[in-house]
Design a protein around this ligand. Structure first.
Ligand code: ATP
Ligand code: MG
Length: 355
């Protein structure tokens, strides 16, 4: 029986954070024993915003891998690999770019959001929108069935599904009306993959506005010390001072990160209900009490990760994990690429790539 493939990944734009944990990494850890898991470090995609910072991107590949290992990704089960060292990904990106109307790529709401939030307005590179096409290649190169991701990635997954359908219909004779689940069985090279959104699809950042993101300075990282976690939580603006006793807006998790963190990280349901209740009634409960509870809960989550991380302090140890993972990724993607080239008429000669 063949095991289903899982592909997902992160951009090396900084250390992983608790948003990654709830949005995707927790799911990866759950799935790694039962599935063939490939976890990508998208260093080429990091050049969409950091092309002038090659050394930092290089080092962040190691950091992201180290954080994933700290969070519980097991290298004996899952392959963690570097995008730029797997040539099939770039080759499929080129091919898939031909299958997508330009306007379709630009309509992607996550792309628009990122351009705005990252302040890229009219200055973004040609490669910026191309990264969304690249992501379709990253996923399809593994013929992955499922992709554990946060909510912001769902539009990218939709694009991926479109590419798979189009390719299979155009080059593999899959009928126009075929159901997504039947594509492979009908001779399509690519399964039509599904998004597997984590327990929390969008954890808000400590700024209380944007998605918690590595590159926005609003994240609680796995490398943060217990003290730093307390400090970051302490600084969250909750509007407490101007709060009306029964203002319901203040406990809207979208407006007050503290309450989303309370929901997500504090396990005891009775404590949560009590805090919400007292806070809403305007009882004698300060932000300080809630903040302390939340910071403690986050530190409890991070403690075993901090401990695990110490085993991977040496860069050489992480690089060995990446090398082994990359070799496995090359093997898997070369197989797919050969199938795709054969179907699309671009294949002439077999080849072998090794590292
Ligand atoms: P960047 O700021 O560079 O875009 P990021 O913090 O958004 O970094 P990514 O590498 O883009 O992180 O995302 C990696 C994975 O983690 C994706 O599946 C994404 O959906 C998920 N993810 C990232 N941030 C969050 C969040 N705040 N809540 C839930 N999931 C998240
Ligand atoms: Mg992102």
């Amino acid at each position: 029986m063949t095991r289903q493939r899982i592909l997902t990944g992160d951009t090396p734009t900084g250390n992983l954070h608790i948003g990654h944990w709830v949005g995707s990494v927790k799911r990866r850890v759950e799935l790694q024993s039962q599935h063939d898991c490939f976890f990508l470090i998208a260093n080429l995609h990091a050049y969409t915003t950091r092309a002038g910072d090659p050394e930092a991107v290089h080092q962040d590949c190691i950091e992201v891998a180290r954080d994933a290992l700290a969070m519980g990704v097991d290298p004996s089960k899952a392959a963690i690999f570097v995008q730029s060292e797997v040539p099939a990904l770039a080759e499929l990106t080129y091919l898939f770019a031909m299958l997508l109307p330009f306007n379709r790529v630009m309509r992607n709401p996550t792309l628009k959001d990122e351009l705005q939030v990252k302040g890229l307005a009219d200055t973004y590179s040609f490669g910026f929108p191309l990264y969304t096409v690249g992501q379709t290649a990253d996923i399809l190169a593994f013929r992955a069935h499922s992709v554990p991701v946060g909510e912001d990635q769902v539009p990218h997954l939709e694009l991926t599904r479109e590419v798979a359908r189009r390719f299979n219909k155009m080059y593999c004779g899959v009928a126009d009306k075929a159901e997504d689940e039947d594509h492979e069985q009908l001779g399509g090279v690519f399964p039509v993959p599904v998004a597997d959104v984590g327990t929390v699809g969008r954890l808000v950042g400590t700024d209380g506005q944007n998605k918690m993101s590595k590159s926005l300075g609003n994240a609680i990282h796995v490398i943060d010390t217990p003290k730093q976690v307390k400090k970051k939580i302490g600084k969250i603006y909750t509007g407490q001072d101007s709060r009306q006793p029964t203002d319901p807006g203040i406990i809207d998790p979208e407006k007050n990160p503290l309450f989303q963190y309370l929901d997500v990280f504090v396990e005891d349901e009775a404590t949560k209900a009590d805090i919400r209740d007292r806070y809403q009634r305007g009882d004698n409960i300060g932000d300080g009490e809630v903040k302390m509870l939340v910071a403690d809960a986050i530190n409890t989550l991070l403690d075993p990760m901090r401990a695990r991380r110490t085993a991977y302090e040496d860069d050489a140890v992480v690089l060995k994990v990446l090398r082994e993972g990359t070799a496995r990724a090359i093997e898997a993607t070369e197989e797919t690429l050969a199938m795709a080239k054969q179907a699309a008429g671009t294949g002439f000669f077999p080849r072998t790539i090794s590292i």
